[in-house]
Design a protein around this ligand. Structure first.
Ligand code: PEP
Ligand code: MN
Length: 276
């Protein structure tokens, strides 16, 4: 099975080995890691209030975009360097490691100076020059699946990063485009066990961008736990209605805390039945 895709030389699984990506106290690939936070960093109060809430609810890392890849050039593009500095402030206060997107290699020094994990978004999954740069940066990379990409294309993108000498890649299934318009994308949950068969890398699920609907996020998150995902990255905003990006899909802190209780309970149940 592992050799079905010939060119995933470094990413392909050879035996039972699994990569564990260490980020601060978090160990992605061991247990279930939850990354939560707003779509975009908007202000100090917005970020810090959300960061405190997700920490309190048991998140392991904080997400937040400072450079946003927006469909429209007129939409909020992120706070840039100011946003990165706010993320660092949130890490100093909460202790949560920071995950943030990099959209252009020219921002590499800034992003590396302030963040713990470099996110490559769906739109940049096949930006091969950017993949090579993050492969040389010495920081863990969260590689989202492109919305039009096959599993093989996605794993080849991870190969670009490992080929530059960076073994710390976390894969993220964030939904693919299908003919179904009710959800923002279609969550391909089967990609999780598929890439676990094919590779040694940890894989997490993004229930926010895949469904685009807060009501669908808790059930899909629980499905991710049951399906053996190594974690989640989920959008949470102190007041989603006021969000400058993805207002319609972010969870409130209360919704997130409620979901976390269910996730941790399901994890405990699975561990007690040795189903993990
Ligand atoms: C994001 O995580 O903020 C984001 C833009 O996600 P994606 O690249 O999956 O669309
Ligand atoms: Mn978003």
């Amino acid at each position: 099975m592992a050799n079905e895709m010939k060119n995933i030389r470094l990413v392909g699984r050879k035996g039972n080995e699994r990569t564990i990506v260490k980020v601060g106290k978090a160990r992605v690939g061991e247990g279930f890691t939850v990354i939560a936070g707003p779509c975009s960093v908007e202000s100090e109060d917005q970020l810090l209030q959300t960061a405190r809430a997700v920490k309190e609810a048991g998140a392991d890392m904080l997400r937040g975009g400072a450079f946003k890849p927006r469909t429209s050039p007129y939409a909020f593009q992120g706070l840039g360097l100011k946003g990165l500095k706010l993320l660092e402030k949130a890490r100093d206060e909460t202790g949560l490691p920071i995950v943030t997107e990099i959209v252009d290699a020219k921002h590499l020094q800034w992003v590396c100076a302030h963040a713990d994990v470099l996110q490559i978004g769906a739109r940049n999954m096949q930006n091969f020059a950017l993949l090579q740069e993050v492969g040389k940066a010495g920081k863990p990379v969260l590689l989202k699946r492109g919305m039009h990409s096959t599993i093989e294309e996605w794993l080849n993108c991870a190969e670009y990063i490992l080929a530059e000498g960076n073994p710390d890649v976390i894969l993220c299934e964030r939904g693919i485009r299908t003919f179904e318009p009710y959800t923002r994308n279609t969550l391909d949950l089967s990609a999780v066990p598929a890439v676990q068969e094919l590779t040694h890398l940890p894989v997490i699920v993004d229930p926010s961008h895949s469904t685009g609907r807060p009501s669908l996020i808790p059930p899909m998150s629980l499905a991710a736990v049951a399906g053996g995902s190594d974690g989640l990255i989920v959008e949470v905003h102190r007041n989603p209605k006021e969000a400058l990006s993805d207002a319609e899909q972010q969870l409130t802190p209360v919704q997130f805390a409620d979901m976390m209780k269910k996730i941790r309970a399901l994890e405990r149940f699975m561990a007690s039945k040795q189903m993990g």
